[in-house]
Design a protein around this ligand. Structure first.
Ligand SMILES: Nc1ncnc2c1ncn2[C@@H]1O[C@H](COP(=O)(O)OP(=O)(O)OP(=O)(O)O)[C@@H](O)[C@H]1O
Ligand SMILES: [Mg+2]
Length: 350
């Protein structure tokens, strides 16, 4: 596949005839069903996303880590006219400056020593007639930003070692957990690129601002784990209260990890506080001003392996919350990238 089609024009958001209730109703039975939550700000985000899906408008999704930016982007793509083509997820923070051009635009055969003889497609080629997700855009280097701006403005690019301009038809969704206006002030983000990406912004609320959704999400993750089919698992009222009291720096991703941790730990279908990670129990208790948890004086806290796992999980979660991207978290933790990803998997933090 090569270029050829016209770059799509960013359409305007849908007109007044579409009330939020109508738009909301049309989300049912679509990819948006995977996004669980009844909170008002969260539903507003889904309705906006549902509208954006009906056009080619550039969308910027903002929200803390783990709030669901990627699944929202996928839902937009899957309900758009581009659903049968690819959604290409580009981690903008991870592209080394030396490889920007070949990663984004690909290269022609024999473009440079070591290049594959048949050449290689870049992300923009792969996303032709589909959607490109510019993930962690706030963490992209100024050089990546410059290249992105050029292709977004002209709708064309040159492959490395190529001479002709390749034209692509790509819908752009970008996402970030950073405050782009702030980065612009610090000269770390280009204002002209910001205006290109920011035509339609969707903010996703952090979990601590939509605690009312915790029960629904817990139920959803219990069901999705498949365990609930064999046995009816549920959290005890005390454990649920702790989930409500916790501050959730890692948002929905962290909650999903805690549910899977608790399912692994519990000996009974009623999951109690003793099956929750220690850090969550102690934080919830200290917020409540209540007595230390029974589990802390019981066998659970004396198990060294378990205590080490709890601490490890907590440090990783906190590093993720405090860092603007995963590379920064890896550096802060002082572990290898490979170990980091293995641990994310192990603790259900992916
Ligand atoms: N509203 C939701 N309903 C169900 N699952 C959710 C919801 N929000 C997030 N998740 C789940 O939480 C995890 C993290 O979501 P996602 O990867 O979309 O977050 P993100 O905002 O892109 O995070 P990051 O900034 O770290 O990349 C995924 O497993 C996703 O399925
Ligand atoms: Mg993401």
């Amino acid at each position: 596949m090569t270029a050829g089609t016209k770059k799509s024009q960013a359409a305007q958001p849908r007109g007044k005839e579409e009330s939020p209730t109508n738009a909301d109703a049309t989300l049912a039975g679509s990819a948006f069903d995977e996004l669980i939550g009844d909170d008002e700000a969260f539903r507003r985000a889904l309705v906006s996303a549902g509208r954006a899906a009906q056009s080619d408008i550039s969308v910027l999704i903002i929200g803390e880590s783990g709030t669901g930016k990627e699944i929202l982007a996928r839902a937009i793509h899957q309900t758009s006219r581009r659903k049968n083509k690819q959604l290409v997820d580009v981690n903008c923070a991870a592209i080394p400056d030396s490889l920007i051009e070949s990663e984004l635009f690909g290269y022609e055969k024999g473009a440079f020593t070591g290049a594959r003889t048949e050449g290689r497609k870049g992300y923009f080629d792969e996303a032709h007639e589909g959607t490109i997700l510019l993930d962690e855009i706030g963490d992209s280097s100024l050089s990546v930003q410059a290249k992105l701006l050029r292709v977004l403005e002209s709708g064309t690019f040159k492959r490395v070692g190529g001479i002709r301009n390749v034209r692509v038809d790509v819908r752009v969704i970008s996402s970030t957990n950073q405050d782009l206006a702030d980065l612009i002030g610090q000269k770390k983000f280009r204002e002209d690129l910001f205006f290109r990406l920011n035509t339609f912004t969707i903010p996703l609320p952090p979990l601590r601002e939509r605690r009312g959704d915790i029960d629904l999400l817990v139920e959803h993750f219990l069901k999705a784990s498949g365990a609930a089919q064999k046995q009816k698992y549920r959290f005890s009222p005390e454990a649920l209260a702790m989930l409500h009291a916790y501050r959730w720096p890692g948002n929905v991703r962290e909650l999903k990890g805690v549910v899977s941790y608790a399912l692994n730990m519990t000996q009974s279908p009623v999951i109690d506080a003793g099956s929750l990670p220690n850090f969550l129990v102690s934080e919830s208790r200290s917020r409540d001003g209540a007595a230390p948890p029974a589990a802390e004086s019981g066998a659970a806290s004396l198990n060294l392996t378990q205590a080490v796992r709890d601490l490890e999980r907590r440090l990783i979660t906190e590093a993720l919350a405090a860092s603007s991207n995963r590379s920064e978290a890896i550096r802060a933790l002082g572990i290898s990238r490979r170990t980091f990803y293995l641990k994310l998997k192990e603790y259900g933090l992916e």
